[in-house]
Design a protein around this ligand. Structure first.
Ligand code: SF4
Length: 174
């Protein structure tokens, strides 16, 4: 088996949807080589080969996959998150096993959406960026009318993964 396990290392309450959780997880193998194949297999994926990272959604859950870690937002609870991580582990293993019949895609496939950008922001609506809300900031960032540097909370250690994800995608699309 290529990937033995994806295990949760940290969970906390989602800021925007307080009945949901967000989490961090670690992978027992480096999946860098699988990412271009996953980019083909996962239809709504956004791949940044230089980061590298792969962001995608599973229904309403938002995930960013790194070589040996992962973040997930808007999971229902820990059990729901575990179920999704099990699905992802199987998908990674199946994709790797069948890679000879899959054409790897090293390019981004779709333009990221406002909800995806929003998911990487602190979502506190603190207005330090000068916008009325994080959602408004996300919409402006996506169209190049705002700068990531203007979200100061994103540059605190708490949001290092989200900042890397957002920076990676911004570098790929703008
Ligand atoms: S500064 Fe960042 S966290 Fe605060 S409202 Fe703007 S985008 Fe949201």
């Amino acid at each position: 088996m290529f990937l033995e396990e994806i295990y949760i290392t940290h969970t906390e309450q989602c800021i925007a949807e307080r009945d949901k959780i967000r989490l961090k997880a670690e992978l027992t193998s480096d999946v860098t080589e699988v990412m271009p194949y996953l980019n083909t297999v996962i239809k709504n994926a956004i791949f940044n080969r230089y980061a590298p990272l792969l962001s995608f959604t599973r229904e309403f859950r938002l995930m960013v996959l790194y070589p040996q870690s992962l973040t997930m937002a808007k999971a229902v609870d820990r059990a729901d998150a575990r179920q999704i991580l099990e699905w992802l582990k199987d998908l990674i293993n199946d994709t790797w096993e069948n890679r000879s019949s899959i054409t790897p895609n090293f390019e981004k496939k779709i333009k990221p959406s406002v909800p995806q950008f929003y998911s990487w922001l602190p979502r506190t609506n603190c207005r330090q960026c000068g916008e009325a809300s994080c959602l408004a900031f996300a919409a402006l960032l996506l169209t190049g009318r705002q700068s990531i540097e203007n979200c100061r909370p994103l540059f605190t250690p708490e949001y290092v993964k989200e900042r890397e994800a957002l920076t990676g995608v911004l570098n790929a699309i703008l």
